[in-house]
Design a protein around this ligand. Structure first.
Ligand SMILES: Nc1ncnc2c1ncn2[C@@H]1O[C@H](COP(=O)(O)OP(=O)(O)O)[C@@H](O)[C@H]1O
Ligand SMILES: O=C(O)C1=C[C@@H](OP(=O)(O)O)[C@@H](O)[C@H](O)C1
Ligand SMILES: [Mg+2]
Length: 195
């Protein structure tokens, strides 16, 4: 019996990485912070944290429920607390919500205690990824595309302050995004090294 192993997916898994700092993914809704962050953590064998998921489980409510019941300022205060706490936890990958990097306090905490990576994507790509979902309260407006565009225009200059930028186009799979982020991280020996 012949046994053919298809190793394309596991190629390179014997490379061992050493993560020196928590990597904080920032960028717009739909950039892939949650999906790419989870896959990146699995690739590196480090913990995965998502500030939105932490807020939801601590409150035992969904993000839309929190926005509706307590308002955005309450959510933003929780978000800062959670980010501060997660930056003190074990080094890993921390995916934030799209608004998190807009806060100067959050940017300061992230820059001092981790490294920020902006997943940059065009407005069209973002829209295609978020338009079918009703989980983002900021897009519950009469014209969600216009709302996303206004947020995009206001936020891009702030995301551009991130330590590293990785392009997320419409054709690149999540696993290929992980390759790109790992390569970007490897340009910074203070962030990630191959052992
Ligand atoms: N590179 C990608 N290729 C294909 N689908 C993607 C990619 N990045 C994100 N997605 C999908 O787009 C949607 C939004 O991604 P998500 O990780 O929730 O973004 P964010 O956390 O930045 O808002 C999800 O359904 C996710 O699976
Ligand atoms: O852009 C924003 O301000 C928000 C993005 C969401 O996270 P994702 O970017 O993961 O969708 C979530 O934190 C909340 O709905 C607010
Ligand atoms: Mg997310």
């Amino acid at each position: 019996m012949s046994e053919i192993k298809h190793n394309a997916h596991t190629e390179g898994t014997d490379a061992v990485f050493e993560l020196h700092k928590t990597v904080v993914l920032v960028g717009m809704m739909g950039a892939g912070k949650t999906a790419v962050g989870r896959a990146l953590a699995a690739r590196l064998g480090v913990p995965f944290l998502d500030s939105d998921a932490e807020i939801e489980s601590a409150a035992n409510m969904t993000i839309p429920e929190i926005f509706e019941r307590d308002g955005e300022p309450f959510f933003r205060a929780k978000e800062s607390q959670v980010i501060g706490r997660l930056l003190d936890a074990e080094k890993g990958i921390l995916s934030t919500g799209g608004g998190a990097f807009l806060s100067e306090l959050n940017r300061q905490m992230i820059t001092e205690r981790g490294v920020s990576v902006w997943l940059r994507a065009d407005l069209k790509v973002l829209w295609n990824r978020v338009k079918h979902k009703d989980t983002r309260p900021l897009l519950r407006t009469a014209d969600p595309y216009a709302t996303l565009r206004a947020l995009y225009e206001a936020r891009v200059p702030v995301y551009a302050q991130a330590g590293l930028t990785v392009e997320s186009d419409g054709e690149t799979s999540i696993e290929n995004m992980v390759d790109r982020v790992v390569n970007a991280m490897l340009t910074r020996p203070d962030v990630l090294e191959r052992k």
